[in-house]
Design a protein around this ligand. Structure first.
Ligand code: SF4
Length: 109
């Protein structure tokens, strides 16, 4: 099946977001035993703690990875040959609500 534009953009922009060190749980692929918790994937979902102490899942994504600057440490730098994408606020809201309704996430980062 052909991947639609929104799904393709989501994949690109969640992969780009994984380089943000403010949350490392979506930056590595790790699988626990069959009844364990805390599996992580290369991009897309990160975890944080709510005020009442619960661990919650957030969709971690950029609005765009298109940048005119060329900071050497950054995956999004202009000269880096990576797939590029941009989402409108409406598209980001659509993706977020879709993930929320499927119970994948409780919020957006
Ligand atoms: S290249 Fe520099 S300005 Fe552009 S997104 Fe990366 S860190 Fe930010």
């Amino acid at each position: 099946m052909r991947e639609n534009k929104l799904e393709k953009s989501r994949k690109i922009l969640t992969q780009s977001a994984r380089y943000d060190n403010s949350c490392s749980s979506s930056a590595a692929k790790r699988q626990t035993h069959p009844y364990g918790i805390g599996n992580s994937h290369l991009g897309g979902i990160c975890h944080t703690w709510s005020a009442d102490g619960r661990c919650v899942s957030l969709l971690k994504i950029l609005l765009t990875n298109i940048c005119q600057n060329n900071c050497k440490y950054c995956i999004c730098r202009r000269d880096n040959d990576v797939p590029r994408a941009i989402l409108s606020p409406r598209e980001l809201a659509k993706i977020t609500l879709e993930f929320y309704r499927k119970n994948y996430i409780e919020g957006l980062f």
